[in-house]
Write a protein that binds this ligand. Structure first.
Ligand SMILES: Cc1cc2nc3c(=O)[nH]c(=O)nc-3n(C[C@H](O)[C@H](O)[C@H](O)COP(=O)(O)O)c2cc1C
Length: 190
């Protein structure tokens, strides 16, 4: 392996391929704030789509991530509760705002317990919008949520008793969004 300037020349098989390692985003963190687990599952789907496209992707609870520096790009998601982005997502965005502003960053929220998020683009709630501005996120998207038997909290039980629960996560839309991010991150990899 020989190197010249920002390029590293790697011998692969019979040919030599140049890879511009500096500009290629390869290791992606998908951090999430969740109460009942459905946002964590969305993060896992995003990570899996990215791995299928050759990226290294870690889906981790936002509260457990201490250092963002090892990652080249970040996706940060939070469940919506009472019109607010989950506190772990808010805290993560605040705590790591400087480094996040230097990384390619995408945000998502998951919440609506109806088909609205699949039918149109829903704007971020104010706390997610603030985080997007502070961290200079490239995009924010809202996905539908899930609320099912066993969810924590009195209000959750009331919503379920009223028959207003269900799973409104659109896995195709989530996978498409993740694939779009993977494409953006792979530009320059060829
Ligand atoms: C008490 C309570 C409050 C909620 N508030 C909102 C809300 O303000 N906006 C919204 O879109 N969804 C709201 N939801 C729906 C949740 O965001 C949805 O169930 C989400 O998928 C939960 O994510 P989690 O499983 O990761 O915690 C609420 C649900 C509960 C139980």
């Amino acid at each position: 392996m020989e190197s010249a300037g920002p390029f590293v020349t790697v011998a692969v098989g019979r040919g030599k391929y140049r890879r511009w390692w500096e500009t290629v985003s390869r290791k992606v963190l998908i951090a999430y704030g969740t109460k009942n687990g459905s946002t964590a599952e969305i993060a896992q789907v995003i990570a899996s789509v990215m791995r299928d496209r050759g990226l290294e992707a870690d889906a981790r609870a936002a509260a457990e991530v201490e250092d963002v520096a090892p990652y080249d790009a970040v996706v940060l998601g939070g469940a919506l509760y009472m019109g607010r982005w989950h506190k772990d997502a808010r805290r993560f965005a605040r705590q790591h705002r400087h480094i996040l502003a230097e990384r390619p960053l995408w945000l998502f929220s998951s919440g609506p317990l109806d088909p609205s998020a699949s039918e149109r683009d829903l704007p971020p709630v104010p706390s997610a919008g603030r985080a997007a501005r502070r961290t200079r996120a490239r995009e924010h998207v809202t996905f539908g949520g899930r609320l099912e038997a066993g969810a924590k909290g009195r209000v959750a039980r009331m919503i379920l008793e009223e028959g207003r629960g269900g799973d409104y996560r659109d896995m195709n839309k989530i996978a498409e969004w993740a694939a779009g991010i993977a494409n953006e991150l792979s530009v320059g990899a060829q």
